[in-house]
Design a binder for this molecule. Sequence first.
Ligand SMILES: [Zn+2]
Length: 213
Amino acid sequence: MKRTALLLFLTIILGSSCSDSKSNNNREYHLEAIYGNHTANDPLPNEALTFEVNLDMVNATLEQEIKLREAIEIIKTVIATESFRNKILKYKYNDEETFVGNRGFTNAQIYQIVLNGAEALSPERNNQMDAEIEFYHADTNVVGYTFRNSRRIWINTKFFDSYTPAGVAGNLFHEWVHKLGFEHEVSWSLDRDSSVPYALGFIMREVGKEFLK
Ligand SMILES: [Zn+2]
């Protein structure tokens, strides 16, 4: 009985220290992002050329794995282009260079946050996209989803199976941007298309199309 009470207490302590460290991370995160002082005329930063993608596949068939690997190559290739950087830096919403739901970050800072690869769950700046992929099938209009408190991205094979690798890359990137802490409204609107996850997913898909064989 005593032990149960103690365990419960520990959980509460851990729980509260967890949210403390979260806000500290956000502060550091903000400071780091401020250094993202990129302009479209600079040479590409080294982190754009060294960006890695590490996806653990939970239940992929061989065919799905092949398409995912193509999508991974597209993501790495696209991030190493000036086109991807400049589309983010010059992204406009309502005639202003900004994204919807930018959490106070400029376009240049959002670009740096992508290069940092510091997911909310593993906030180390490892210059890498980290996630787990799980496939499911549902006859809905949901292409994929994720939770900020999970490493996993769930992908609906109803869409995945017919998507091009560039389409898959765009979808994966959208879901991963959620893991960096950016959100969007649930129901569709023009504004939502300019949210960080949607806009970056669209840019990934658009630039990625150039790299299809
Ligand atoms: Zn989303």
